[in-house]
Design a protein around this ligand. Structure first.
Ligand SMILES: NC(=O)c1ccc[n+]([C@@H]2O[C@H](COP(=O)([O-])OP(=O)(O)OC[C@H]3O[C@@H](n4cnc5c(N)ncnc54)[C@H](OP(=O)(O)O)[C@@H]3O)[C@@H](O)[C@H]2O)c1
Length: 325
């Protein structure tokens, strides 16, 4: 029977249980995918803790994976048994050996991209894509600030933004991560807890501030991030690694130079098949052109998903984290 990770109550990594669950035959419109690699994301932590409510308990976990199509439900067009595919899908359940997924959410994985890379790219890479290509279209010559620059999303985003001609200032939690961030796209790196963020950014931008801040840390950094922006800059708060960002009055934006503020989510940017295909095409092309190197910092067997969560929350991971089968 295929292995699945589920949880029956919200809580710490210890609530994750290893179970045998048969997904059954794919229904009309679905493809059955035998996973070969599964992406671990911070959003999985929010699902597990209950910060993002799941539809029902017990719940599966995980939103991105790569594998091979093993069966097709009625009416599926464009895919065949044996195709190498990957997906990101908002319903948790990717931490499993075998899963039925709506075929319209699958993309074919091109040659030259491994299963592990594809599993790391669907959620994190497509997030980097919408952040720098759509939420704010990064321009050549822009200086941008990226928190968690040595993390999964951060490392992809920083490299890609650099290839678009931006100067990237990264923020990381340690000297070892600073070294990595420099190697993967950052021109300058500030270390949280050691360097003063606002003063550091002002010093690096001749007092002007940055065009965009990409802040996935949330609570601990949100207000300081606002102070790092230049006039008419955009604050992109897209994660809650330290807790949700605080509410603010619109006047705070006006006082700091008529700033823009957005709180985007990937699934709103890839809700149509055309959007998903176009974003995935651009992402895979950037990887194949080596503008973006996918760094898988650590892998864990599926059964050790709880350890992956402990390391992710403990800030001990770098780059992407993948569960193997
Ligand atoms: N809105 C969206 O659609 C979307 C999509 C994907 C991801 N995200 C968000 O993007 C962020 C990155 O996701 P990821 O999966 O790639 O994770 P990640 O960046 O690999 O891991 C999180 C990193 O956040 C930093 N961090 C700072 N304060 C922290 C704290 N108090 N607790 C834990 N970590 C802290 C740590 O890096 P340092 O040690 O270097 O500080 C840590 O390594 C997450 O906030 C996630 O929710 C949002």
């Amino acid at each position: 029977m295929p292995t699945t990770i589920r949880f029956y109550e919200h809580g710490g990594p210890e609530v994750l249980r290893i179970e045998d669950v048969d997904p059954g035959k794919p229904r009309p419109g679905e493809a059955q995918v035998r996973h070969r690699a599964i992406g671990v994301n911070y959003i999985d932590v929010y699902d597990r803790t209950g910060l993002y409510p799941v539809a029902a308990l017990p719940s599966g976990l995980g939103r991105e994976a790569a594998g091979v199509v093993t069966a097709l439900g009625r009416g599926v067009r464009g895919f065949r048994v044996g195709d190498r595919v990957a997906y990101v899908w908002p319903i948790p359940g990717a931490y499993s050996e075998l899963r039925n997924v709506p075929a319209e959410r699958l993309v074919k994985v091109p040659k030259g991209i491994s299963d592990e890379q594809a599993a790391a790219l669907m959620l994190k890479g497509l997030t980097a894509h919408f952040l720098i290509r759509r939420t704010y279209r990064v321009q050549r010559g822009d200086t941008i600030l990226v928190h968690a620059a040595a993390g999964g999303v951060g490392m992809i985003l920083c490299q890609w933004a650099k290839s678009l001609g931006a100067k990237v200032i990264g923020v990381v939690g340690s000297e070892a991560k600073a070294e990595l961030a420099r190697r993967y796209g950052c021109r300058h790196v500030l270390i949280s807890g050691r360097d003063e963020l606002v003063a550091g950014v002002k010093a690096l931008t001749r007092g002007e501030g940055v065009a965009a801040v990409y802040d996935s840390v949330g609570k601990d950094t949100f207000m300081e991030s606002l102070d790092c922006l230049r006039r008419l800059g955009i604050m992109v708060t897209f994660g809650n690694a330290s807790g949700p960002a605080p509410p603010i009055a619109p006047l705070e934006l006006s006082r700091r130079g008529s700033l823009y503020l957005t709180r985007p989510t990937l699934f709103n940017y890839i809700s149509t098949r055309a959007e998903l295909e176009s974003a995935a095409r651009e992402l895979f092309a950037a990887v194949r052109a080596r503008k973006v190197r996918v760094v898988i910092g650590q892998t864990y067997p599926l059964a050790q998903a709880a350890d992956a969560h402990r390391d992710l929350e403990g800030r001990r991971t770098t780059g992407s984290t993948v569960l193997t089968l």
